[in-house]
Design a binder for this molecule. Structure first.
Ligand code: AHR
Length: 509
């Protein structure tokens, strides 16, 4: 690690862009226990008359989730949505090839969209471009958004829902470059299909926003070329290109894991550059933005891989990662990166919401609780409002195996009507004193929260959640860590390997 003073320069006049509320999205896939015994469990003591768990819905509200992507994920690429609408007793189970699980089709489009509506969540739907195509995509859109008088809209009405759902955000398939994807395509095949499906969908409802599939990760061999080719076909039609990224600690390499936010930062910049290169070729003034619709910490090394899963039924436990304080610090830091790209990333989904690599966990028939990763997400979603500020951060660097030199301290800030929120990560193992230089503006920090990484869960469960909030996460007394300087600077002390959120006011005279 090289050493230097850490200084964060901020001023209300320097901004990146407006923080879109859809940045605080999440994801519910028909995978493992995300739906069954996750959001939905008839007979659970807290379930509502529709069979949805109130305890999970309450935690979802508190988490501040604005948007939820559905129904997949890999699942969508072999899904027949029509089989999961109408009278439940007439629906037939099917074997989902993505997760090798028998899907009972009890929760389908109507159940999900009505849950989202009750909970004040904007739905983000995905269409199957793996085993299906234009016709089915258009039919689903018409089912969701159509007015009475057409076949699919009338089917929705016959199924008890008169008013169109008005779903705005639509994903044109999922991870279509991935060898694991049912109906995988090459970039040309997918680009043409996405263009044709997207064009037809916009004819049904021109007000929708479309997301074309980007690469499944930056490590895909076709990364870059995939984005370029897909956007060649779809540039004028789509609004967003998707990004997916999961991070985890490999072989005890803590420094690289703590530097994941820098990897995410570079990934975003590369996708933006690829999209802008196509825009330049098209001599277009339009800017494609990013739907970062899957991001999180996921210990993929603990996952046997889709092909090694046995065929299961009854909501099996699949990828139920138990998170530590370290994972939560990294999640907080990934949010710092997303905020710093507010101008190009309007949509992002923490994957996923409940039980499956999730901030919320449940026991069937039992409790629901918060994982450590819940806290930085909920705090950022609550505090980050208005404009993201364009900060200048001067800090030491840490040398990492996977990402080279990464900043020891990262920062993001937002400002709405004088209310400021600052988010800071200390990736180093030492405490760091940060000088916040606010030039002519007055900064008054009134509240602070911190998450520390020095915790490893031995067991999952509500007791673990309790231990995190008593020992590793919580509000702190700002008087002990924040000191006003000469009027133009404020000093804040960051704990070793920690994520900190501060709130207060930032005003010009
Ligand atoms: O979120 C779990 C899986 O990760 C999704 O189904 C897929 O899109 C991604 O590979």
């Amino acid at each position: 690690m090289t050493t230097s003073r850490t200084r964060v320069l901020l001023h209300p006049d320097f901004t990146v862009g407006t923080v879109d509320r859809r940045l605080f999205g999440s994801f519910v896939e028909h995978l493992g226990r995300a739906v069954y015994t996750g959001i939905y469990e008839p007979g659970h003591p807290t379930s509502d008359s529709n069979g949805f768990r109130r305890d999970v819905a309450d935690l979802t509200r508190e988490l501040g989730v604005t948007t939820v992507r559905y129904p997949g994920g890999n699942f969508v690429s072999n899904y027949r949505w029509e089989d999961a609408v109408g009278p439940v007793e007439q629906r037939k189970p099917f074997l989902d090839l993505a997760w090798r699980t028998v899907e009972p089709n009890v929760v389908g489009t109507d159940e999900f969209l009505q849950w989202a509506e009750r909970e004040g969540i904007e739905p983000m739907m995905a269409v199957n471009l793996g085993t299906r195509g234009v016709e089915e995509a258009v039919a689903l859109l018409e089912y969701c958004n159509g007015e009475a008088g057409t076949r699919w809209a009338d089917l929705r009405i016959a199924n008890g829902r008169e008013k169109p759902y008005g779903v705005k955000l639509w994903c044109l398939g999922n991870e279509m470059d991935g060898p694991w994807q049912v109906g995988r395509k090459d970039a040309h095949e997918y680009g043409k299909l996405a263009r044709n499906a997207g064009r037809a969908m916009k004819q049904v409802d021109p007000s929708i926003e479309l997301v074309a599939c980007g690469s499944s990760s930056m490590e895909m061999p076709t990364f870059g070329e995939w984005e370029r080719t897909v956007l060649e076909y779809t540039y004028d039609l789509v609004d967003h290109i998707s990004m997916h990224a999961y991070y985890h600690e490999r072989d005890g390499d803590r420094a690289s894991f703590l530097g994941s936010g820098t990897a995410m930062d570079r990934f975003i910049e590369r996708v933006v550059a690829s999209a802008d290169a196509v825009g330049a070729q098209h001599r277009s003034d339009k800017k494609i933005t990013i739907s970062f619709d899957e991001w999180n910490v996921w210990y993929q090394s603990r996952f046997p891989g889709e092909d090694n899963l046995p065929v299961q039924r009854d909501a099996p436990r699949i990828i139920e990662d138990v998170y530590s304080g370290l994972d939560a610090v990294v999640v907080g830091d990934l949010l710092v990166t997303l905020l710093n790209h507010a101008d190009r990333v309007p949509v992002a989904c923490l994957a996923q919401l409940v039980n499956v690599i999730a901030p919320i966990m449940t026991e069937p028939g039992g409790e629901a609780w918060r994982q450590p990763t819940y806290h930085p997400f909920a705090t950022t979603a609550r505090l980050a409002r208005g404009e993201a500020l364009d900060l200048r951060v001067t800090t030491s660097t840490i040398t990492t195996k996977d990402h080279g030199e990464v900043p020891a301290v990262t920062a993001a800030a937002t400002l709405a009507d004088g209310a400021v929120a600052l988010f800071l990560t200390n990736r180093s193992a030492e405490p760091v004193e940060v000088e916040l230089a606010h030039l002519g503006a007055a900064l008054d920090v009134t509240e602070g929260w911190a998450m520390t990484a020095d915790h490893d869960p031995a067991v999952a469960g509500p007791e673990h959640a309790e231990k995190v909030t008593t020992e590793h996460w919580g509000e702190f007394d700002v008087a002990g860590r924040v000191a006003a300087g000469d009027g133009a600077t404020t000093k804040v002390t960051l704990l070793p390997e920690s994520w900190t959120a501060l709130s207060g006011t930032l005003t010009t005279h």
